[in-house]
Design a protein around this ligand. Structure first.
Ligand code: FAD
Length: 414
């Protein structure tokens, strides 16, 4: 098939590589003049790791990223443990990989280009339209449009103009920055660490490996985040960095030397968090993947992993049958249950960590945290964080599990 992918983000680039592998012609369109990742770091969970391994990028990811064995958070004032999830609580050697967005992007972009996908920069997508022969075109700003395609994949993210979306933005977002992670750091190794004051203030630090070179050389970095209400962002800009550093250090004094590396407000990016689920992920000749289908606050660290699973599920469904309608129905069926499950979990959990509520963080610290250490609860929480609740790969991993078929497919796509 001739397939247009709108959006060169995590979902679009992964989908391009998979679809090329199964022999389709793929053109990726993005608004940017050159491909670029936005933001700081993220966690690739075991689900996302499995998909990246299926693309042959597992080892490169391990070299570039940093292993995360545990999520740990304390209430700043009392020192009480409010969050302690170990990836291996359910048994087995399970872990997350913290990675800089630029490193992940570079891996995915170069894989997509090597697979033979074409890239068209400077194309701002504004719409999609049906055309003769049952095909569809992408419409661009300045009244241009693409050639006809058999299928359009919307991987334009949360702000996709190809979806109908009510206001999806949450009250809280966060400031993000990259800071060097020195060897003699006071922080726990291989851990995403957080400090809380109620649910209004959270500071977090996550090892993300390095961004230098494909060999994984370069200084180790951490992603630092500070929870902030969206309506406080202007106040933060006006108050200036020193006032803010005072707030952060009151919550987490051990950050002092790390904060010294932040000298300019431009080193911090404010990310608005959002929650939305598109009710029509599949339309005529149009399919939505990644954040354009579902977006959630990054508390559970699933968005990029969901995007990778979507890309994988879509390519497999298309490979199953020559009929596009059937393929898209299979894709929806493969992904829907897992997506709904995590959208609900995210909606339930987020206010315990980011809200103006006094009750919810109290429940979190006094009841939920001790309960979470009981072995069966700990195992469920570890699976929830790993993204494996609902067994999303169970239905899809036939080809990963069958190397002979995978090799044959790779040979056939050159
Ligand atoms: C601060 C923050 C922290 C996060 N942390 C995590 C984490 O730890 N783990 C995790 O799994 N997820 C995390 N996420 C979520 C994750 O980043 C997203 O779920 C993921 O990037 C979605 O991928 P995508 O490909 O669907 O969309 P995107 O990555 O947003 O890519 C969309 C692409 O489309 C292009 N585009 C957009 N509009 C147009 C247009 N009109 N025309 C042409 N091109 C366009 C953009 O330039 C971009 O290249 C985090 C998100 C944020 C904001």
């Amino acid at each position: 098939m001739d397939i247009a992918i709108a959006g060169a983000g995590i979902a679009g680039l992964a989908a391009a590589s998979f679809l090329r592998r199964y022999g389709h012609r793929v053109v990726i369109y993005d608004q940017l003049d050159k491909p670029a990742p936005v933001g700081s770091g993220l966690i690739i969970q075991p689900t996302g790791q499995a998909v990246l391994s299926a693309l042959g990028l597992g080892e490169a990811l391990s070299r570039r990223g940093a292993r995360i064995n545990r999520l740990f958070g304390k209430v700043a004032k009392s020192g009480r443990t409010a969050l302690d999830v170990r990836f291996d609580a359910g048994g087995g050697e399970t872990f997350g990989i913290g990675v800089h967005r630029a490193a992940l992007f570079e891996l995915l972009f170069s894989a997509a280009m090597k697979s033979g996908a074409e890239f068209e920069p400077l194309h701002e997508v504004t719409g999609v339209a049906a055309c003769a022969g049952g095909k569809a075109v992408l419409e661009f700003a300045n009244s241009r449009h693409s050639p006809p395609y058999d299928l359009i994949v919307d991987a334009l993210g949360l702000r996709s103009p190809l979806i109908e979306r009510e206001n999806a933005f949450l009250d809280y977002g966060a400031l993000w920055a990259n800071i060097p992670l020195t060897e003699n750091t006071a922080f726990m190794k291989n851990t995403l660490e957080q400090r809380y004051e109620g649910a209004r203030k959270t500071a977090g630090l996550m090892p993300i490996g390095s961004i230098g070179g494909y060999n994984g050389d370069g200084a180790p970095l951490a992603a630092f985040f500070w929870s902030l209400r969206q309506d406080q962002y202007v106040r933060w800009q006006v108050d200036g960095l020193d006032a803010w550093k005072g707030d952060v250090l009151a919550l987490w004094p051990a950050l002092e030397t790390h904060l010294e590396t932040l000298q300019n407000p431009e080193q911090l990016v404010f990310a608005r968090y959002a929650h939305h689920t598109n009710r029509t992920p599949v339309e005529d000749r149009l399919v939505h993947i990644g954040d354009s289908w579902h977006a959630a606050s990054p508390q559970l660290g699933q968005g990029a992993n969901m995007a990778l699973l979507d890309a994988y599920g879509l390519a497999q469904s298309i490979d199953e049958t020559a009929d596009i309608g059937d393929a898209l129905a299979t894709y929806k069926q493969l992904r829907q249950r897992h997506i709904w499950l995590y959208q609900i979990i995210s909606q339930l959990f987020t206010p315990f960590y980011q809200s103006d509520s006094r009750l919810l963080p109290w429940l979190r610290d006094t009841i939920a945290a001790p309960l979470s250490q009981l072995p069966p609860v700990a195992a469920v929480l570890s699976s929830m964080v790993a993204g494996t609740l609902g067994a999303p790969l169970g239905l899809m991993d036939r080809r990963v599990a069958d190397p002979s078929r995978r090799d044959a497919v790779q040979r056939s796509s050159g």
